[in-house]
Structures are given as structure tokens and as C-alpha cells.
Design a protein around this ligand. Sequence first.
Ligand code: NAD
Ligand code: UGA
Length: 465
Amino acid sequence: MNIKKICCIGAGYVGGPTMAVIAQKCPLINVTVVDINTDRIAAWNSNDLSKLPVYEPDLDSIIKEARGRNLFFSTEVDNAIDAADMIFISVNTPTKTYGKGKGLAADLKYIELCARQIARVSRQDKIVVEKSTLPVRTASAIKSILDNTGNGVQFQILSNPEFLAEGTAVKDLLEPDRVLIGGDSTKEGKGAIQSLVDIYANWVPKDRILTTNVWSSELSKLTANAFLAQRVSSINAMSVICEKTGADINEVSKAIGMDSRIGPKFLESSVGFGGSCFQKDILNLVYIAKSYGLNEVADYWEQVILMNDYQKNRFSDNIVSTLYNTVSGKKITFLGWAFKKDTNDTRESAAIQVADNLLNERAYIEVYDPKVTEERIYADLEHLNSRNPEENRELLKIRQNPYQASENSHAIAVLTEWDEFKTFDWQKIYDNMKKPAFIFDGRGILDTKTLEKIGFICYQIGSGT
Ligand code: NAD
Ligand code: UGA
């Protein structure tokens, strides 16, 4: 099928940037991104490009080029589905918070709603593409819904998981390591795969477009995230040993990363991984393993999450014990709230857990993050249900610059690796802090030698010296 019109359901961190790049690279294809969230769609349509709902380096220029030409954002979901030859489903698949599989399984209600809506609205044959991350075999449920409309419309279902990372989304989309497309081996299935291959081939080299069966594609996405998260937990496990023994985690990472079998990426020790997907996807994998009675497999992957929880909690424990076993009434400055640099996303950010632990100890926190909004930070705290909203607002304040946030502070905690933190006037910060002035660098980004010369007492994750 020669695709002329694409609809993407879900205008989030994946749907927005992914479709923007497809529209930019395929000017002859009309791309409409739809969402039920009217505020989000309004923000995507904003004339002020700094108001786009997703912050990603270079995304604004792509939106500027394609929006209104062949890229559209709309709340008219039915119309966009009806008009499209190909529909991407890019809605959220959070961990279930109720019923069977609560706390582990992926909640597929949004996916099913999309499938039912596509089934209801469609009047001509369509290719439906799973872009969301889904448990292996979800395509069979979608197929069963779409095959039972009784109106004779034929659907092909493809799996095309997204591997972009936030903060580098545009680069990852323009130069992907690989594009993965899973589909049926029937004639129609192969035709559908080819239609999607042809779209990506507009800018992705053919040898980077991998085609598989649907189940391999679905499972590869969960596997990739599990492996990536496992590397972070593995290096974080070693960071504690470094702190106990006088070894240095950066030196260890470099030494093992030079082994070409291990490779240098994803070996940065941190206060713990965050983001909307690693934890949710591993929990999903744990659930799948358990549902097949594979308890040893489930336990193996669950350990990656337990290690991550340990890393976040030991960071806050260390702050409390270093500050003479009490932080009650003491001001602690948080540099960073986002789960990583170059994004405004805070989902599952380590900062949230660390803040919660310190607030439980009655600390007073002031946060500076260059991209995260005040409303977002308070919403993250309220979501925890640890204390009422008024208390959160009293115990934690958000500041627009680091100098204000650190005035009269007892300690600074670095929670996100924003580049600008390295360039602060640290002497000025030191002069205005309470003494002794402590720094807890949970990202290993600061030059502790220089800071110690100024007078700071420094703790850096994974550094035993
Ligand atoms: P998101 O929450 O940012 O966006 C999802 C959007 O879908 C929301 O705006 C929501 O309003 C909309 N939506 C939900 N149900 C809808 C419906 N029935 N009709 C119309 N719109 C609907 O989520 P995201 O971060 O973009 O993630 C989407 C999927 O992609 C998830 O499965 C995630 O695991 C996967 N993924 C995410 C990333 C990432 O970096 N965030 C990377 C790769 C894969
Ligand atoms: C991750 C994957 O990298 C993407 O391939 C995948 O598409 C995406 O999840 C998804 O499915 O949502 P993302 O979560 O956006 O992308 O960002 P990462 O760069 O993977 O970072 C995740 C977390 O791990 C961050 O908190 C980061 O600070 C932390 N991390 C990463 C480390 O602590 N150390 C590292 O060496 C690397």
C-alpha cells in the first residue's frame, strides 16, 4: 500500500517527536497526530515554540518546518482515523494500579480503547502499527478486536517499537541504530511491512531496518529496556563497592567499557535510573515471566529494580547520616528534578524518591531545575500521597536560579546531570551557604577537587576517596 495519510493516536513524548520527524522526512505524506488531551494538542499548536508540551533539543525547528504543511495536531480522533491509510498507536501503557497484575502488568486499557475506536470508525482497509511498548502477544488482542467488526474492513497489524531516549529524541529518530518492524509472514502481512519500510527508507539506511515476526518485535523492546536498565543497576551495584574500598567508579567504568564485548555506553553510575519506561517495562517482564510460571526469571529481572530502589534510598540515607544524623529543619538544595538532562520529563525521577525520604526526615528543600515547572514538581510530590499538598508546598520550594536556591543551605544534592551545573560560580554558592557546606553529587558531574579547594565537603557517587 502506498501510504498517503498517517494518523497517530497519542501526542506524547513518543507520538509528537516521532511523527514530526516522519512528516519532515516524508513531505508527501499527510501526518495527523491526535489526542484526547485538549491542552496537549493546544500546546503542540502553539505559535510560541517554547510552549511545546515536550522539550527536546532541535524539535522546535522540525515542528516549525512541517507543522501546517503536512503535520497536524488535532483532537478530532474519529476523523483522523477514518482518513488514514496507516494508524500508529502511541498511547501510554502504564503499570496497572488495580486488579489482577496490580503493580506489575502493563495497563492495556488505553490500547484496547484505541483498537475499539479504530474498529468502530474505519470504513476502508488500514495498517495498524503498535508504537507503544506492549507485552509480547498484545497484537493478537488488537487483531481479535479489529477482525470482529463485521464490516469487511481488513486490518494488518505491525509492531514498530520506539527506541528513542528522551533528551536525544530528535537525533535518535534521525539516525536510529535500527528500526524494528514486526509483522505477519502472509502476503498481506509482508505488504504491510513493506509499506512501513518504505516510509523509514526515506532517511534510514536499508540495512538498519530490521523486519521480524510480531512477537519477536514486541519482546525485543522489553528486552532492550531490561538490558539497558540492568547495566545501570550493575554499575550502581559496583558504585557502593567503590565507596567502601577506595576504588573509583569512573575509572572502573572506563576500564571495563574498553572491552569491546562490554562497550563504553550506559555505564554511568547515578543516584538511580528514572524515566517512564525502565521500571514499568521490567515490571511488565516480571509479570509475563510469572504468568508462565518462570519464577527464577522473574526474580532475576526484579533484582534490577530492587537495586535501583536501594541506590536512591542509600543516597538520601547518606545525606542524613553525613549531616550529623538529622536534617530536621535544615535546608537542602536540589540541583535538578528531571530524570535526566535535556528533558522536562520527571516521571519516576530519582529526585522524587530522594525528596520524599528527606521530607519524611523533616528537611526543608529548595529545588532548581532549568526546565521542570513548579506545577510538575508539586504534582510529583502529591502523587506520592506521603503528606498533604499544603505541607509539600511548605516544606519544598522551587527557585528560578541556583544562587537563591542554595542561600543559607546546609547541603547541595545534584540529582540531574544538567551541563550548566558545571559552570556555576561555586565560590559564590559556597560563600552564601551554612558551614560546613556539603555537596552530594549523585551524578558524578562536578569537579570535586576544585570544590574541595573552595572549602566544600564533597561526596560523589561511586568515589571512595
Ligand atoms: P505519554 O503519556 O507522553 O503520551 C501518551 C498520550 O496518549 C497522552 O497524551 C494521552 O492523552 C494519549 N491518549 C491516551 N489514550 C488515548 C486515546 N484513547 N485517544 C487519544 N489519545 C490518547 O506517553 P509516551 O511517553 O509518549 O509513551 C507512549 C508509549 O511509548 C508507551 O507505551 C511507552 O512505553 C512507549 N515509549 C516511550 C518512550 C519515551 O521516551 N517516553 C520511548 C519509547 C517508547
Ligand atoms: C530509555 C531507553 O534508553 C530508550 O532506548 C527507550 O526507548 C526508552 O527508555 C523508553 O522505552 O522509554 P530514556 O528513559 O528516555 O530512554 O532515557 P535513558 O537515557 O535510557 O535514561 C534512563 C535513566 O537511566 C535516566 O534516569 C538516566 O539518568 C539513567 N542512566 C542512564 C544512568 O543512570 N546511567 C547511564 O549510564 C545511563
